[in-house]
Design a protein around this ligand. Structure first.
Ligand code: T4K
Length: 373
């Protein structure tokens, strides 16, 4: 019998009939995009679910970040302090705005930006901080806010991984000047491709609207130079269907996450990253750190799992600053922890509806190399 292949994630999908029923009216209306009915409905529903004051829906998480950075109109060549331990999109969004990323080290415990190292990197050119709630782990929001206020900087959170996370009783998108979310197929909540920006300042809504719709304000009026980053009706319909099941999706992920933790706890050389105790989790990822005492390198474990049909990911290796497109282009900073983490990190498969037997199969492979403490 052929071995079942397991991938790092598997998109959540609503019941087929529900989606088909949802998209059927599109054959009547023929309105397929450009802020249609489902687009507006999803924008409202997400504002409510994410518990944020303002929200603008986008075609994907990347454009959400690229456009919100653009919306703040920072001077060209200004510097933005960010993390190298992220998906390349975070840095691309900064660089594509002709701004300079300055990479700050991260923390061993959760992989988020090390707030104690930010101030040393601030120069007269610094305009903003773009931290990432990596794996849905919440950054040290109060410390970052204090630094930003002291130096007059904007804070734009890359919350691509943090859908539905609540911190100190509020939606995660309420913090900082803005946050972006990703609704990509591989995320906790998906619209196939999609994303959003959340923010407090009302005026930002019009600005983002212009940027995502060519700056069009009327049939004969283009008010500014924008691009096209609108979400279409098929994606919005997928979002409306998936949103109905989000609670179950997160609960199922939590069950998988807890089972992994129970079964791997005590395995020599395997360390977990922990999110803040003041935040709720969305269990989007299950990263482990493979340390020396494990007796096998992260890469060897990755290869062995792969040979056994288990396709993990080294999220996030190599560090973004070491990628060919960025290497040696920006100011060098000390990134000891980030380098070590990137070298040892492995994200194990986790998704909605993942069977216990699948997790047991993965854990069995991990146990083969490690020794119980
Ligand atoms: N900021 C951060 C911190 C991010 O992590 C991301 C995206 C962004 C910003 C930008 O948001 P978006 O513009 O993407 O909305 C994946 C995702 O494509 C990406 O969304 C995500 N982060 C990143 C962490 O992971 P890849 O290159 O690893 O994806 P891929 O296609 O190799 O998929 C991984 C596995 O998932 C596959 O082995 C199989 C499975 N899969 C994938 C897709 C696309 C499926 O089963 N079905 C599918 O449709 O980047």
């Amino acid at each position: 019998m052929e071995m079942q292949q397991i991938f790092v994630t598997r998109p959540s999908m609503p019941p087929y009939e529900e989606y088909v029923k949802m998209i059927e009216p599109l054959w009547e209306s023929h309105i397929l995009t450009n802020m249609g009915k489902y687009h507006c409905e999803l924008e409202d529903r997400l504002k409510e679910y994410l518990d944020v004051p303002q929200l603008s829906l986008m075609v994907n998480g990347h454009m959400a970040l690229e456009l919100v950075i653009q919306a703040f109109c920072f001077p060209k060549d200004a510097e933005i302090i960010t993390t190298p331990f992220t998906f390349v999109s975070t840095t691309h969004a900064i660089a594509r705005n002709q701004l300079k990323p300055v990479f700050c080290d991260v923390k061993e415990a959760d992989g988020t930006i090390d707030e104690n190292r930010i101030e040393d990197l601030i120069t007269c050119k610094t305009v903003a901080i773009v931290p990432v709630h990596v794996y849905g782990h919440v950054c040290n929001i109060s410390a970052i806010q204090r630094i930003a206020e002291k130096h007059g900087l904007k804070v734009i959170y890359d919350a691509a991984h943090a859908f539905g996370v609540r911190y100190r009783g509020k939606g995660i998108g309420c913090y900082g000047d803005a946050s972006i979310f990703s609704f990509h197929a591989t995320k906790v909540f998906n619209t196939i491709e999609g994303g959003a920006v959340s923010f407090a300042e009302k005026e930002l809504y019009d600005r983002l609207y212009n940027l995502k719709n060519f700056g069009i304000r009327g049939e004969e009026l283009v008010a500014e130079i924008g691009t096209n980053a609108k979400m279409n009706e098929f994606s919005a319909a997928m979002g409306l269907c998936n949103l109905k099941y989000i609670q179950t999706a997160i609960e199922q992920r939590k069950r998988g996450y807890d089972l992994y933790k129970r079964m791997l706890t005590g395995l020599k050389g395997i360390r977990f990253l922990n999110g803040s105790s003041e935040a709720t989790g969305n269990y989007g990822y299950f990263p482990i750190v493979v340390e020396e005492e494990y007796g096998e390198s992260r890469d060897a474990l990755y290869d062995r799992l792969r040979k056994n049909g288990i396709h993990c990911r080294k999220y996030f290796y190599p560090l973004v600053c070491d990628q060919e497109c960025f290497a040696e282009q920006y100011r060098t900073t000390e990134l000891t922890v980030a380098r070590r983490l990137a070298q040892n990190i492995l994200t194990l498969p986790l998704y909605e509806g993942m069977g216990e037997d699948v997790i047991e199969r993965i854990v069995k492979q991990c146990l083969r190399a490690g020794e119980r403490k």
